[in-house]
Write a protein that binds this ligand. Structure first.
Ligand code: CA2
Length: 140
């Protein structure tokens, strides 16, 4: 069976609980459930992880050698973590970067992703639908 990792970074555990005007009302648990269900439908095992810590996210990316792909929202680390960028570059599994909000329509510090150049692709601003689209992209 194929296996993918759904990995979420800092503060995404607060989804649906704070700032609904930016991030909506869906919780991280809802997203994890949705992608796990898609996995069941399509015969793909989905392992869900979230961390607020840079090093833990890097450890999770290192585990990705066991996976066929990673759906990754690095949160604010997107904009400045060269360590996470290097971890993405070091693994074989394709990584799809997802952002719920349109980072290009927000503060200027969010316009840059230092991680995206090492990913297979990036989905931005489509809300939580972005996670589903990333799933289908990896499936293909
Ligand atoms: O749009 C995205 O998915 C982001 O990765 C979300 C990050 C942000 O730093 C990036 O620039 C864009 C922040 C996630 C914070 O999530 C919260 C959810 C609810 C309440 C507070 C924060």
């Amino acid at each position: 069976m194929r296996k993918i990792m759904l990995l979420n970074g800092p503060n995404l555990n607060l989804l649906g609980k704070r700032e609904p005007e930016i991030y909506g009302t869906t919780t991280l648990e809802n997203i994890e459930c949705k992608i796990t269900q898609l996995g069941i439908t399509h015969g793909i095992e989905v392992i869900c992880r979230q961390s607020n810590h840079e090093g833990e996210l890097i450890d999770n990316l290192h585990d990705a050698f066991e996976f066929d792909g990673v759906i990754f929202n690095p949160g604010a680390f997107t904009h400045y973590s060269y360590a996470i960028r290097d971890a993405i570059a070091a693994i074989q599994a394709p990584v799809i970067e997802v952002h719920i909000s349109n980072i290009h329509a927000r503060e200027s510090f969010r316009h840059v992703s230092v991680t995206a150049p090492e990913t297979k692709g990036q989905i931005v601003g489509l809300g939580i639908k972005g996670y589903e689209l990333a799933f289908y992209a990896l499936m293909d």
